[in-house]
Design a protein around this ligand. Sequence first.
Ligand code: BGC
Length: 408
Amino acid sequence: MTQPADRTAYPDGFLWGASTSAHQIEGNNVASDVWALENRPGSLLTERSGDACDSYHRWREDLDLLAGAGLDAYRFSVEWARVEPTPGQVSKAELAHYRRMVEGCLERGVTPVVTLHHFTSPLWFRQAGGWTGPDAVELFRSYVRAVLPILDGVEWVCTVNEPNMLALLTTLVTNPDVVGRERSELRADELPPPDDATGDALVAAHRAAREELAAVPGLRSGWTVANQVFQPLVSDDAETSARAAAATREWAWSREDRYLDAAKGDDFVGVQSYTRTVVGPDGPLPAPGDAPRTETGWEYYPESIGHALRHTAELVGDTPLLVTENGIATSDDAQRVAYLDGALDAVRGALADGLDVRGYLHWSLLDNFEWGTWDAHFGLVAVDRDTFARTPKPSLAHLGARARAARA
Ligand code: BGC
């Protein structure tokens, strides 16, 4: 159901769209570190990306579906491993491919939101030490410089997707306490915090990228941060509540807040949220056994995006906010529609309270490769894994109708 209040709730120019990332949909990202990880015997990633959704060839069809439904923004990523498959060798043909995608958006009246790094790096970069390698920041800067010519007319650029998760993933693949353990054995409260040195390098890489991007007229740059909506346990016992509040602040700083703090003064910050995590005096608590859960095992909690927007605003001050990801892994599309409505209510509430939210981009346009599994269905559109045929789900039309109502 569209809501009559949508007409007045959203500011002019509010973006309505969906997000994807290259490795998760393009297929055959063979020069990347994650491809190597997937294809290593005993990998933490149990399934492989393979041909993915073949969006490398079918991106026009994807864009037609998005625009045809009434959405007006598409977030996609440029793949560093394709643009620079070996150090210093920039592929003009790959840049031309991504330029065609930018133009494909503009021709359809769709605002491109371009991410320059979404979890994957070229394998050579990882082998040279990754983000803590000696020249990491300058190597990233030179990749960003190579991409500049295709960004003409692009207004929104995300430098690095979820640096906090990226730093955590680095821990996962390198920390001796974690390497070799089964994915299902890994619980959030046991994981070491993201590696601080990686975090420092990512902040520096983000700043270097923003310096380069400033050369493109009209371009706004920022990064996107995974908001995990850490909520302190509220107990009848005041001391327990106070300890939980202190533990939440400490837990959140290295895993999230330091990355939000670094976004202060950027042109915007991307807000990404899916669920919440309640934190007790000794760390995160599992959701109660009877809490509804999604295919990823996360608690069903559509309000999360509202909390994430407010939390981000507290840390970044006046920096504009853009919801760059929010969604649910489910095979029950009616549940996705209900989640969407709950999330959009939360966004509307944040706008009504005066937060400067510039758009809502749903994760994801397509059912895609969820970093080691194909069993998490985040898409507004289903994709046949053999034929790559796309089948839009009712949730796509629903989000499009909400967008149209807001623009009416
Ligand atoms: C990432 C996406 C991922 C999604 C759902 C975010 O952490 O940016 O790549 O698929 O969440 O897990």
